[in-house]
Design a protein around this ligand. Structure first.
Ligand SMILES: C[S@@+](CC[C@H](N)C(=O)[O-])C[C@H]1O[C@@H](n2cnc3c(N)ncnc32)[C@H](O)[C@@H]1O
Length: 301
């Protein structure tokens, strides 16, 4: 679940990742992971000694949760952003002092790992940014051993509905979806996980919705999810939406006000994440559509 923030690229934006790497965004990812930990990580436990690769670890928000749930696993975390990896390393050191994670800077389309090097892959809020998620997923099969598992988590912004209803708020969410699509991503990708994983050649694909429903009985979620995660995510594309001529300042403000009312007295909010698991087929490495091997832009961090 992520914002579309064109125009805020970092110097280490090696593959044209369209989102910002700002302090604000890093904090939002941490808030998001903390408040969603039980919902998203429930059922994800890796055996001690198993080799796990987190793809697109960002600032380590999910890495911290993975270590907490599977303290004995041998975790490798990869991201294309050097700055995010540095933050991730610090976050893990603070949350789990002594935890051993191998940090690798690389493009997920060109991973510097041997065929079948991992038992499990974990990919959270990454596919929504990729122009060709099927090709990416098929390429990831190369580093997953036959019979190994893939876990993918994504949101779907059209699953947001709320009380009181607000047409301007729905329009603002629509602008976020349109901007993400224009940047080559898909803010509605959650509903597509099953066909995407099928098309990428995985077996035993299962997808579960993981629903976030918030009302006044959960002030922690009103703050942590409705305000600090969802409204912050929509709010962060204000400048892009105005620049694209999708909205006006007044209309945008009415949209954000609509979301704030859902986080106010008597308000309620619904959003669905989708969590998929799948298995690499026998002969996966050979059968996978392996991308070219590592290039010089890759480094162990
Ligand atoms: C929204 S963040 C999610 C981070 C983390 N998984 C989480 O849930 O908090 C998406 C991450 O994917 C990374 N990313 C995007 N494209 C990538 C690519 N081609 N190779 C490696 N990482 C990539 C970005 O740098 C960013 O850190």
């Amino acid at each position: 679940m992520e914002t579309t923030t064109t125009g805020r690229r970092s110097p280490d934006d090696a593959v044209g990742y369209v989102h910002g790497y700002t302090d604000l965004e890093a904090r939002r990812l941490d808030d998001q992971a903390g408040v969603l930990a039980g919902l998203l990580h429930g059922g994800t436990r890796y055996p001690a000694g198993s080799r796990v690769l987190e793809v697109g670890c960002g600032v380590g928000a999910q890495t911290v949760q993975l270590i907490g749930g599977s303290p004995g696993a041998e975790l490798t975390a990869v991201d294309v952003s050097a700055g995010s990896l540095a933050r991730a390393r610090a976050a893990v050191a603070a949350a789990h002092p002594g935890a051993a994670v191998t940090w690798v800077r690389a493009d997920l389309h060109d991973l510097p790992f041997a065929d079948a090097e991992f038992d499990h892959l974990f990919v959270c809020f990454v596919l929504e940014h990729l122009a060709d998620p099927v090709a990416a997923l098929a390429g990831l099969r190369r580093v997953l051993r036959p019979g190994g598992t893939l876990t993918v988590i994504e949101g779907d912004h059209a699953s947001a509905f709320f009380h009181p209803d607000s047409a301007p708020a729905r329009a603002a969410i629509g602008h976020l979806i349109a901007l993400q699509a224009a940047a080559g991503g898909d803010g509605l990708i959650g509903r597509r996980l099953h066909p995407l994983l099928d098309a990428a050649g995985y077996e035993r694909v299962t997808v579960e919705p993981r629903t976030m429903y918030v009302d006044g009985s959960r002030p922690d979620l009103v703050q942590g999810f409705v305000r600090d995660t969802f409204t912050a995510m929509v709010g962060s594309v204000r400048e892009d939406a105005l620049a694209a001529g999708l909205t006006t300042p007044d209309e945008w403000e009415r949209g954000i006000d609509g979301l704030r009312r859902a986080a106010g007295p008597g308000g309620t909010f619904h959003y669905a994440f989708f969590k998929a698991t799948a298995v690499a087929p026998a002969g996966g490495a050979a059968a996978g559509q392996a991308p070219p091997r590592a290039s010089g832009s890759t480094s162990r961090a």
